[in-house]
Design a protein around this ligand. Sequence first.
Ligand code: FES
Length: 243
Amino acid sequence: MLFACSVPNLSTGALRRLQSICAGATTLIHRLIRLEEAGPGLLAALDEMREDGAQDIRVQPIGLPFSESLQSWLPGVLAHWQGEPSNSEIQLSLGPEPARAEAASAIMLAQALEMKPRPLEGVRPALGKPGWQDPPDFDFHLLVCTGPRCHMRDAASLTHVLKAECAEAGISKRCLTTSTGCIFPCNRGPVVAVYPQGHWFHIPDRAAARRLVREVLCEGGTLPEFHFHTARQARISNEGDLS
Ligand code: FES
């Protein structure tokens, strides 16, 4: 059983609670992945389950409610994975959105409303935290898409890889790396956009990430094999060096 969860902003503690809910929901061998932001991607998780000897895998979406666009996207992705020669013997199926979510959401909401609310007397009013005023002074802002279609291709680990490569190259302080949701060119995923230069790249693996840091950020190179777009303003001002 592969539980595939689409819940933005899931903290470590909330993920742990979800893991224990999943463990209580099935006696089968199972694992839980997120479809966005962090952790192993869908295809990597399926590969690992196959390597572990799984013969019959049910992918069960979790999300209250689960996104309709993800629900319509998942069958094609799973069919693609199953079409690979190494996966042809595996039975793969896709579970429904849990109760189309409404009934489950209603029960959860009713239970929450029965619980005592927390009073706010004595809580110090605050809309932010001290010191969270100014962005770091950086030369490059790397936008690493960890939306579901890039995440499927392991973009979540790409964020960590890029940060590690920047650290190794000694440019961490010059480079702000941010994980984002979908930024449109999903079929090019994993996608990394470099601003203010406005250059967009397909970064398929660690070797490409290393080259992006070394050749583009450190040396001002172009990485044409992986570059696929330059933002309009960079084209107009002709400040970008890439065609
Ligand atoms: S999910 Fe990354 S560009 Fe759409």
